[in-house]
Design a protein around this ligand. Structure first.
Ligand code: NDP
Length: 328
């Protein structure tokens, strides 16, 4: 295949453009494994990359798409051979290294994870970066020693990708999950994923007080800003919140009060450069602990040509759960 189909972000005098076109194999970047991409997904960051609303793309031209599942075509890496099924999330793919919205990708073998036993490539991408990040959040809360006996858990941005998987994982782990959402219409959906209570996100949008009534022992926050500040102020003594996102904003208008007066911990989650051992552990746990029927209930599938049309939708918070992109 001398050329293959890809979405390409280019930068010209008029700004950033996005085109579906033939991409020359010779223009792929350096890497020791070439993969036939079968599935990718739509993440919030992909929306930013495709629209240019945030400077996520730092090399032009760029093929967006931060995660993929596929089959190894050629490999010079000792751990991979032709025909192996693999998964990739992060490492700057779709940002600084040519990405996943293409029929072919060339990457470092050290970035790959073998497709976990028990998951199809489509299921692995239904999980994708968002679901894998939700698992990293749960692992951080576990590592902190938190258990469902200590009280409820809040998940913010619950109808989104990270949020939906977080609700399902936390419920499956025995937590009483309070799902915070701005969409009344998704209450039934969130209950099906395992939410015990629905909280209108407006309740977390007011000016945060340093401390407020203690409501939950743990939290997974994909939203940041005022929401995270309110979540921290309402966290029980010795509780913890895993923070991974900025759907509301990058700021955090809080004070030290929750930390020094209640011993609350704020756990930062970065899925992009997670070292391999932790990465593999997260995928093993996802394959074991995430109910596949629940995963199917939160997943929509689109074709490669259709993904660009969803960029504005995910940034506006109008997509639900996870979106798999069928590439081939
Ligand atoms: P989605 O768009 O699927 O979900 C985000 C959700 O946040 C929305 O569905 C909506 O949920 C809620 N939301 C959106 N806008 C606002 C707002 N203005 N105020 C309050 N809530 C809002 O995105 P993803 O789940 O893919 O990603 C979520 C966040 O996590 C993003 O910021 C992303 O960049 C980040 N992320 C970080 C990673 C890391 O490594 N740290 C990895 C993966 C994602 P609802 O309608 O239910 O209220």
């Amino acid at each position: 295949m001398a050329t293959f189909k890809a979405w390409v972000v280019e930068k010209g005098e008029g700004g950033q453009s996005l085109t579906f076109k033939d991409f020359d194999d010779a223009d792929l970047m350096e890497g020791d494994v070439t993969v036939r991409v079968t599935h990718s997904t739509l993440n919030y960051k992909d929306g930013l990359a495709m629209t240019g609303k945030s400077p996520v793309v730092r090399r032009f031209p760029m093929i967006p798409g931060i995660d993929f599942a596929g089959v190894v075509e050629t490999s010079e890496h000792p751990d991979y051979k032709t025909g192996d099924a693999v998964v990739l999330t992060g490492w700057g793919v779709g940002e600084t290294h040519l990405g996943a919205y293409a029929e072919r990708a060339r990457v470092k073998g050290d970035w790959l994870v073998p497709l976990p036993d028990g998951l199809s490539p489509a299921q692995a991408m239904a999980i994708g970066t968002a679901g894998y990040t939700a698992m990293l959040c749960l692992m951080a809360l576990d590592h902190q020693g938190l258990t469902p006996e200590q009280g409820p858990a809040i998940v913010t941005g619950a109808s989104g990708g990270v949020g939906s998987v977080a609700v399902a994982l936390m419920a499956r782990a025995g937590w009483h999950v309070i799902a915070s959402t701005g969409r009344d219409s998704e209450a039934e959906y969130l209950r099906r994923l395992g939410a015990a209570e629905i909280l209108d996100r407006a309740e977390l949008s007011g000016a945060p007080k340093p401390l407020a009534k203690e409501r939950w022992a743990a939290g997974i926050d994909a939203v940041g800003s005022t929401t995270l500040a309110n979540v921290l102020a309402m966290t029980k003594a010795d509780g913890a919140v895993a923070a991974c996102g900025l759907a509301q904003g990058m700021d955090l208008p809080t004070s030290v009060a929750p930390f020094i007066l209640r011993g609350v911990s704020l756990l930062g989650i970065n899925s992009v450069t997670t070292p391999q051992p932790k990465r593999r552990k997260a995928w093993e746990r996802l394959a074991r602990e995430l109910d596949l029927d629940t995963l199917a209930a939160m997943t929509t599938t689109v074709g490669l040509r259709d993904v660009a049309g969803l960029a504005d939708e995910i940034l506006a918070g109008r997509t639900r759960g996870r979106t798999v992109v069928e590439v081939s």
